[in-house]
Design a protein around this ligand. Structure first.
Ligand SMILES: Cc1cc2nc3c(=O)[nH]c(=O)nc-3n(C[C@H](O)[C@H](O)[C@H](O)COP(=O)(O)OP(=O)(O)OC[C@H]3O[C@@H](n4cnc5c(N)ncnc54)[C@H](O)[C@@H]3O)c2cc1C
Length: 386
């Protein structure tokens, strides 16, 4: 068995254009991502070229306006593209989600002049973005960030350390949350920092449990001079901008989780049909088919939940609580489904000869990024009781 032995998910899509986009994505995933995913992940190879291919195929700016080179697609379509990519290789699916997140501040809160100047290159494929919120001392308590931006004339001088940054050291721009005053969350602002700014550098990548092909690194700011025209929104608006981006970003993480879970399920089903014990395929044992049934149900429930939240977003309704629910449910489901997939393969599942142990390691990080699942429960709980 190979990791490419999957049959396409039958999707409900709103338009012919969306169907074509998903077919194109599936083609890219099958031919350019899935075949080498296990090998490149083991070697911690960052697939930079894959992001250029996504850009050239029009898949790097799907939710953004056509006027800036985006695809003007609803979130329900964009997220299913992410799901397909993540099923083939999480590093790419999550990388697309993070790239979209890093464009969100400019696309949503930037001035018209700023958008016209920078957005086309950011979503056209040649540039890759990173979203810099976390710091060594402030993760869940994101408003505790200390990276300081001091206004000097028509520049900001930035000093501090961002931590855990996806694409840290390989990105072309950093959407960076900085402290412009000591007024808690109201003292935070957003700067769009070109990665080649003198004084900006990436540290050595973290040595992670999984998703090793996706570099995660500290980004260091050492007297980096950033033009004041790169302030997005007003000074002090940054925390709200960062949280708004995360509402959408969490839907991307939910879609990634469903993709990884679907890949694990497909692999487990294929294996269970081939592997024989006691003279019959293990899939014929009810004890095992019930496990597969629970896995499949979790995948479908996760997909339905993230799509429901996406459709609220597409309809202009509030979706913050629903995005947190989708992130929480889908990533917990992915952890369970991938762990069960290892169980279906027995001892073979515990080896690197099959991709399910990689899926299990990948699922874990999705319960942590863009707000841990404890923080999602805080967000959901607050909306119920405030
Ligand atoms: C692979 C990877 C990629 C990442 N990419 C990015 C990125 O691109 N950009 C970025 O800005 N950040 C990124 N992060 C950082 C990520 O968002 C943080 O790791 C996460 O928010 C948690 O912060 P922390 O690691 O400091 O944990 P802490 O905040 O120290 O939390 C430790 C534990 O305490 C729990 N906890 C904390 N506060 C509460 C509370 N109030 N109630 C209940 N439990 C609580 C947490 O849930 C967790 O279990 C990435 C992280 C990883 C691992």
């Amino acid at each position: 068995m190979t990791a490419s032995a999957t049959k396409p998910v039958e999707r409900q899509l709103p338009t012919d254009e969306a169907r074509e986009l998903l077919a194109l994505t599936r083609d890219l995933a099958d031919n350019e991502l899935r075949p080498q995913a296990s090998e490149e992940e083991a070697a911690a190879e960052f697939p930079r070229e894959a992001f250029r291919t996504l850009g050239r195929s029009g898949l790097l700016g799907l939710p953004y306006d056509e006027q800036y080179g985006g695809g003007a697609q609803p979130y329900e379509v964009y997220l299913q593209v992410i799901e397909e990519l993540a099923a083939a290789r999480l590093t790419v699916g999550l990388g697309l989600s993070v790239h979209t997140l890093s464009c969100h501040a400019l696309a949503t809160f930037g001035s018209e002049a700023q958008r016209e100047k920078w957005l086309p290159d950011m979503i056209g494929g040649e540039q890759l973005g990173a979203y810099c919120l976390s710091e060594p001392q402030s993760g869940s308590d994101a408003a505790g960030l200390k990276t300081r931006a001091l206004r000097e004339g028509d520049e900001y001088v930035v000093n501090g350390t961002k931590a855990w940054i996806t694409h840290g050291g390989v990105a072309d721009f950093y959407s960076t949350m900085v402290r412009t005053s000591d007024d808690g969350p109201r003292g935070i602002s957003v700067l769009l920092v070109p990665a080649d700014t003198p004084g900006v550098s990436g540290a050595a990548p973290e040595r992670k449990m999984g998703m090793k092909g996706s570099p995660t690194a500290q980004v260091l700011f050492d007297d980096a001079h950033v033009p004041a025209e790169r302030l997005i929104g007003q000074e002090g608006q940054g925390f709200g901008i960062a949280m708004a981006a995360l509402d959408s970003g969490r839907l991307g993480i939910a879609a990634c989780a469903v993709g990884v879970a679907q890949a694990a399920l497909d692999y487990a089903v294929g294996y269970a049909k081939e592997r024989e014990q006691f003279g019959r395929a293990i899939a014929d044992f009810q004890g095992l088919s019930f496990l597969l049934a629970d896995m499949a149900t979790a995948v479908e429930a996760g997909r339905a939940l993230y799509l429901a939240a996406a459709r609220r977003r597409d309809a202009g309704l509030s979706f913050s609580k629903e995005a947190a629910m989708a992130k929480l449910f889908c990533t917990d489901a992915a952890m369970r489904v991938t762990t069960d997939a290892v169980q279906v393969l027995g001892g073979y599942g515990y080896t690197q000869d099959h991709p399910v142990e990689r899926y299990m390691r990948e699922a874990k990080v999705l319960q942590i990024v863009e707000g841990t699942n404890q923080i999602q429960r805080l967000v959901i709980g607050r909306t119920l009781t405030r």
